[in-house]
Design a protein around this ligand. Sequence first.
Ligand SMILES: *[C@@H]1O[C@H](CO)[C@@H](O)[C@H](O)[C@H]1NC(C)=O
Ligand SMILES: *[C@@H]1O[C@H](CO)[C@@H](O)[C@H](O)[C@H]1NC(C)=O
Ligand SMILES: *[C@@H]1O[C@H](CO)[C@@H](O)[C@H](O)[C@H]1NC(C)=O
Length: 185
Amino acid sequence: MKVSGILLQLSSFLLFTEAASATADSCCKSDIVSSAHHERILNNYLAIWNGDLSLVKSVFHPDVVLFSDRFPSSTGNGSEITGVTNRAEFASFVTRSRTGWASYEFTTIRSVSSGYDIAVRWKMDGVLGKNFTLFPTPLKPGSHVTYNGTDFLVLDECTGQVREDYIAQDLISYFHAMGLDAITV
Ligand SMILES: *[C@@H]1O[C@H](CO)[C@@H](O)[C@H](O)[C@H]1NC(C)=O
Ligand SMILES: *[C@@H]1O[C@H](CO)[C@@H](O)[C@H](O)[C@H]1NC(C)=O
Ligand SMILES: *[C@@H]1O[C@H](CO)[C@@H](O)[C@H](O)[C@H]1NC(C)=O
């Protein structure tokens, strides 16, 4: 009696989980691990960094999380954690990063992708504008700045959107390029 009760519970549990995964599967995208999808995501990801914020909704999962190094605070005193734990915060982070640049362009040096992972080695070419306030710099507007970095994107297994973003910029090179030789941490 007891055993069959457990079996009954077990089989209804199995039925339930099968139904749940069938529902999840039916709304999942099917071509996520394809190179065409990787290419589309990477191109659009860089387009967002190049200023096309209209792509944020399609590229990022609503709960995208960013992992990155600390960054100098705008006061020039010490550094702050870049806390991004959703899509809206990511959009603000991009907007904040682009503020004060007359131009701010990312191009790909190399990229590789497999499964749910995309890695890109990028190059930033920028020209400083009038309102750069991200951190204090002695550079004058019109100065050309370039540096490189590496981003590692992890795609959501159902939607194929960027779920985790690991940004590893060449920060010391960046600060040198920005005319800083003493960084407070
Ligand atoms: C910099 O920040 C530290 C720690 O928050 C504080 O103790 C110090 O007074 C600040 N220095 C300046 C120049 O604001
Ligand atoms: C710079 O910032 C000020 C104050 O926020 C603003 O009024 C001005 O339009 C900005 N200039 C440029 C070139 O963005
Ligand atoms: C960025 O990478 C390119 C290509 O690998 C290289 O030529 C260039 O020197 C790098 N720039 C900096 C500032 O390290």
